[in-house]
Design a protein. Structure first.
Length: 351
């Protein structure tokens, strides 16, 4: 059944690319503009920084600082500290890229990597303040508040998604390496960052093409806010800016999309971790919970302390849940349940 679904999706994409070359070309241009104008300027420095922290051993200070909470709350070793710290502040998908680097160097086991990646991927503060704050609500303070809620929701989601793993596998799984000198570490970090940046750019381009191809479907769903954000986060938030929905709906919906990250981010993470044959059930569960928790906290803050958000948001209206309010979370949960992305170990054909 899964192979049949994959074949149908492949055929649909092939004919869509073949029959709609103009839309595909526009999508490529959109994706490259998004990568060059927004994504890479914010992400590339953190890709380099994560590589340097791991290769030179400079992340030891963060490991010592986070050793106890990581072990007590998430069952993770101190070696996971750079991934958690950078994942919370660096933006999508810096956390996953750091986990992949740590796993490749033997600092994390596969089980630890699966649990760490379930909650160490967040939107950056610049993204939340600049797009979710200034562009969407006209206020940097609102964006900062949403970012703090975003962090709290990620840490809460990790308590669920990262729960129940083994503390440390034994045997030959661990291959710790000695810290490198700065010059070779810098060269390796830049090369690794370039590969990750290329992966991010490729997925942004592909999902921009899909958004162009889905224009007729998006027109039919134009009354359901947040649909584009399920596919690609930046485009989805940009579309929300002109929806005119009340702040009591807009802010929780924005929080959900920030936490879920969009399918483009999900596939970027999958591409980074696929060489290690990791199961991504925890990641998919973690991102869905991240979005749900963020939306719930935002709605609660709005109801209990409306001035803390409303005073900064020039969008009028009160909290009025409706079918549209739950549309994006429902679509995301439906995707998690039905789409064969939750994964397991890769199937191997036998003869």
């Amino acid at each position: 059944m899964r192979k049949t679904g994959a074949a149908l999706l492949t055929a649909a994409l092939f004919f869509a690319f073949l029959l709609c070359p103009a839309a595909c070309a526009d999508g490529v241009r959109d994706g490259l503009r998004l990568a060059a104008g927004q994504a890479l300027p914010a992400l590339f420095p953190f890709f380099v920084a994560s590589g340097l922290l791991i290769r030179t051993g400079a992340g030891a200070a963060a490991a010592r600082l986070l050793r106890r909470p990581l072990g007590a709350l998430y069952g993770l070793p101190p070696a996971a500290a750079p991934a958690v710290a950078l994942g919370l502040i660096g933006g999508y998908p810096v956390g996953a890229a750091t986990v992949a680097d740590l796993l490749g160097r033997g600092a994390l086991t596969r089980d630890e990597a699966e649990r760490a990646v379930s909650f160490c991927n967040c939107a950056s503060p610049a993204f939340c303040i600049g797009l979710a704050g200034l562009a969407l609500t006209g206020s940097a303070q609102t964006g900062a508040a949403l970012y703090l809620i975003h962090l709290a929701a990620a840490l809460l989601a990790g308590l669920v998604a990262a729960h129940g793993g083994a503390r440390r596998e034994t045997g030959g799984a661990l291959r710790p390496t000695a810290p490198e000198a700065f010059a070779p570490a810098f060269c390796g970090a830049v090369q690794s960052a370039a590969q990750t940046a290329l992966t991010v750019t490729a997925f942004l381009v592909v999902f921009s093409i899909l958004l162009r191809l889905l224009l007729p479907v998006r027109a039919l769903l134009s009354g359901v806010p947040g649909v584009e954000g399920i596919l690609e986060l930046t485009c989805g938030l940009d579309r929300l800016a002109g929806c005119g929905i009340p702040a009591g709906v807009l802010l929780p919906l924005t929080s959900f999309l920030l936490g879920f990250g969009g399918l483009s981010v999900h596939f970027q993470v999958r591409a980074l971790l696929d060489p290690f044959d990791l199961r991504l059930r925890r990641f998919t569960l973690g991102k869905t919970l991240h979005g749900v928790f963020a939306a719930a906290i935002t709605a609660l803050v709005w109801r209990l302390f409306p001035a803390s958000l409303a005073v900064f948001a020039p969008v009028p209206g009160a909290l009025t849940p409706s079918a549209a309010y739950w549309a994006a979370p429902a679509l995301a949960v439906l995707f998690v349940v039905l789409f064969p992305f939750r994964g397991g170990k890769k199937e191997r054909d036998t003869v």
